[in-house]
Design a protein around this ligand. Structure first.
Ligand SMILES: [Zn+2]
Length: 188
């Protein structure tokens, strides 16, 4: 079987963990990116809780939440409890909820209620506080991200065409994440 590590056009970053659900899709997409003469990288595959917390921390830093949460300057424990209003919540839950209000789409490290009202950046609907959001599909090994700091629309078109034409099997969802500079792909 072809290996994603041998891809030439949709290359897999060295720290990305693959799974049986995502690897054949990544292998098949290589030919689609070659057809489009577009170089792209898989930036995330299977994640565990620690990787998800690290992703939340990085997005929080990238989006200027350090001013609001100076504790992020140190090696803040994202499981530490912080006060919001009159209640205590883990720091990750507060950061994740704040990121959603800023249009940064990321799932929690476990099923959790969101703390603040936000507009879903793709579906455009308003989500009320207390709505329970599922854990990331990355935990279950059924999702991967393609980096799209540049040429997001072109890369999105390659993946959507691959799915629509049936040339690449196994894709069930494609979500452009503009604020994250990535395209999230859900697989069977
Ligand atoms: Zn993703």
């Amino acid at each position: 079987m072809a290996k994603a590590a041998d891809n030439k056009w949709l290359r897999v970053n060295p720290d990305v963990v693959l799974s049986p659900a995502i690897e054949p899709v990544i292998v098949a997409l290589d030919g689609e990116f070659e057809r489009a003469q577009l170089l792209a990288f898989v930036t995330s595959g299977v994640r565990d809780r620690q990787k998800q917390l690290a992703a939340i921390r990085n997005y929080a830093m990238d989006n200027g939440l350090r001013a609001e949460f100076p504790v992020l300057n140190g090696s803040a424990d994202l499981d530490a409890q912080v006060v919001v209003g009159t209640q205590m919540f883990p720091l990750w839950q507060v950061l994740w909820s704040r990121l959603l209000t800023m249009g940064v789409l990321i799932n929690p490290p476990q099923r959790a209620p969101v703390l603040f009202r936000y507009q879903h950046p793709v579906r455009k609907v308003w989500i009320e506080p207390g709505t329970v959001i599922p854990a990331s599909a990355h935990f279950y090994g059924t999702a991967f991200d393609v980096g799209a700091r540049t040429q997001l629309d072109e890369k999105l078109a390659v993946i959507e065409t691959a799915k629509l034409t049936g040339r690449v099997q196994g894709i069930i969802g494609i979500t452009p994440e503009h604020a994250n500079h990535a395209i999230h792909i859900d697989c069977v």
